[in-house]
Design a protein around this ligand. Sequence first.
Ligand SMILES: Nc1ncnc2c1ncn2[C@@H]1O[C@H](COP(=O)(O)OP(=O)(O)OP(=O)(O)O)[C@@H](O)[C@H]1O
Length: 895
Amino acid sequence: MKPTAKTPMKVTKSLYQRELRTQSSSSSEQAEEANVVAKAKDPVHVFCRIRPLPSDGDLSCVRVRNSTTVILATPEQVLGNKQGAQKETQYIFRHVFEPQTSQQDIFSAMAQPLVKNLIKGRNSLLFTYGVTGSGKTYTMTGDTRHRGIMPRCLDVLFRTISDYQAKKYVFKPDRLNGFEILSEADALLERQHEMNQRFKGALKRKDSDPEIASQASCDLTPLRGIDEDNMYAVFVTYIEVYNNSVYDLLEEGNIQKTLQSKIIREDANHNMFVHGVTEIEIKSVEEAIEAFQTGQKRKRMGHTVLNAESSRSHSVFNIRLVQAPTDSQGEQVLQDKRTITIGQLSLVDLAGSERSSRTKNTGLRLREAGNINNSLMTLRTCLEYLRENQQQANAAPKKIPYRDSKVTHLFKNYFDGEGQVSMIVCINPRAEDHDENAQVMKFAEMTQEVQIARATPIKADLGLTPGRRKANKMFKIAVNNLNELGHSEAKKLDVDIGLVYTLGPDFPQYKIDSPQAESAIQELMQYLLLRIEKGKELGLFTIGDRFRLHLMQMEKENLSLRCELASLKAVYKQERDRSSALENKIRVHESSIDVLNNKVKNRERQIDDLTRQLRGQQTLLDKKEQEKEHQKKKFDSKLAVEMDKRNRLHELKHAKLQDKIRVKDEKLRLLSNIIQSDELPKRLRRSQSLDNLSEANNSKEQRPAIESVQITPATTEMATTRNDLYFTPRVGRGMAAANKRHRRSRSTGEKWIEHRAPNPVPLGTVLQPYLKNRKSVTKLTDMKDLTGQRANKYLLVSQEADTDGDVETKLFKGNIIPTCGGGAQVVFDDVECLKQKSPVPSPNRKRPSAGGNGASSHMNTALAALSTINTINTIELASRCNVGIEGHIVKRTKI
Ligand SMILES: Nc1ncnc2c1ncn2[C@@H]1O[C@H](COP(=O)(O)OP(=O)(O)OP(=O)(O)O)[C@@H](O)[C@H]1O
């Protein structure tokens, strides 16, 4: 039956606490019951093992009747000697093992129950008893091929506790036969110290001995019934009692070292122990066997005639299993020394008993034999007295001489106190050993009558949840699995040990037909009682009803939930359809959005292109605008100049007309005067001279153009006088130049010189307004400096003679203005008039003399230069004109 370590569907905390209270209230009852059970006693279990005959020729004096009965026959009977005392003695033991019984069978029948006791914290003693060479050591230790009880016990023990072993040094011997619990940190320090010692070589550890390994390996199955909430540790001691002295076989130091005898003491629990004995914590069966073999080497071996390797001492191999409960989470050992439970299994290989007359021992061997026999005798005496005391309860108890021998002293607590004692009587069936065998069997039979109190360690109820350690372990495995599956949040989970409960340990194994049936049945009864109690505590018997009720409620809930689920499913289906329809719509819209997005992108690209083009156009427009502005400014300035010129022209025209009117008025006045007086013939003569002058002027048309510059208002006046008094001078034709007409006229006595200026200045009318603005010659000279290679001032010179013969030189100054056609024209904006008086006033003198004053000379030079220039179209031409007139650019224009 498996242990009931289940996780219920739901155990509320209150229920768990109530269960705990119930548990604690019933703990006193349990203790009482345990006391009752503790009062039960078991006899010493005596087994008989008959070894095979040492040699084929040997006669056997032993016959096995059945599994519990053995018959010992006298040698005479064996030999068929009718004359000798023929006697058959029958002995009954718990079990009789025939010679062919295997080591495993011996272990299973005898030792395995003791290992179970050990796991449950009970003490057990197993010792071999028999004549030298009867197979005691073989049974207890065995050899590499036939492993004895001891290695098998260790093997099955480690297999059972392997998953529940505490780390090394968590339990530490307190040297008073007890243990203390070290904290995890202290235990770690101890482990590190041991490791350091090992590195330094202080602790020499051999590699795994193949012989040991072979002894360690076996196919034993682990035992059940272990308390899985406890931590376990195994400690061993190995001592020998030699010549009634106790020696520690595991004492550290050289093997050859002489061992010091130890004393036996009693601990607080009235258990006997060897004070100061070396107790080694072992973690595997190999370590234990290694320790055992180390002790074996120290064991004093003597050779007797009867047995080549006879044990001359009693050896005791103690296995102690220390266990303590884990904490509430089932992880660490509870740090409470009182919770420690110690179980002890003492495996004793007693020295062989023999009569010295047979062994022919002398000296030391004789003394050894004496001591051996003495100790065995003491054992016998103790057990006899004990039996008597037990059987005669009313009689005064005999004092049991435990202290007479170290062996009995050491095991006093087994006989006086609690535990289980098993003895295996080894019988060598040789006829020669009949007498010794008879003694042994007699003693063994008697020993069976000794009752030993059954040990039932009371387990303190700490209120800890059974199964917590397993639950913790499973929880960790589950967390690891979740972690591996990628659920990182699993790390944060805390295990709730409160959800775990158990009805108790495993169901015990039993066989009704076995010799131990009686005790097994009792054990089973105890187990069932405990389970029933536990069931009551957990309320398992009412759980059924509650569970049924709960189940019905659940069914109802389930039904309503199903209905709800069905309606929800319908709603869900509806929603799902709607959702899928919406999804389709979304998909359609998404695709149209994509199309629109593409369109938008295309449009954006187009807009960008257009924007770039617009920018280009704008730039061009700006450029054109600037150009237009520039042109406008240019034309504005030009217009202003033109307007100015026109105004001036009008003024000039006006002045000229005024002059003409005045002249005409004068003429009219003169004519009227003449008509009225005799002055007419004089006036006609004068008129004749004027006509001559006019002809002279006409003849000068063949002269260079420079001379034609000398147009004077007088010329106009004369023309007017000659042709028509009301003649309008043709100076207004200067406007024809604006029409870009290129013409030359000699009509009406006026001379037109080739020109390109848009606004030719009628010099005859221009001179008059500028007379008042006369400038000096010096000013003209200043202009030289201003006219460099790119001079823009131009000079027009004209000379004329008035009626008094004075020569008047006019200097017209103007600017070059480029024309639209790429040419240039000169616009005059200033005029200077220089007058040179004739030394003899004469109306016929029209020209200034060649050798005039400085200004006249200068003007002459200018005029000479001017005569070489016909027209100036461009600035370059103007620059070219620069040559020859000392930097003056002299422009000849229409005259
Ligand atoms: N049951 C057995 N089957 C086979 N061989 C056995 C058996 N018992 C003992 N022997 C052999 O008998 C010899 C002596 O056995 P063992 O040393 O165990 O005797 P013993 O009782 O321990 O003697 P002593 O008391 O002098 O130490 C060994 O060689 C052992 O192998």
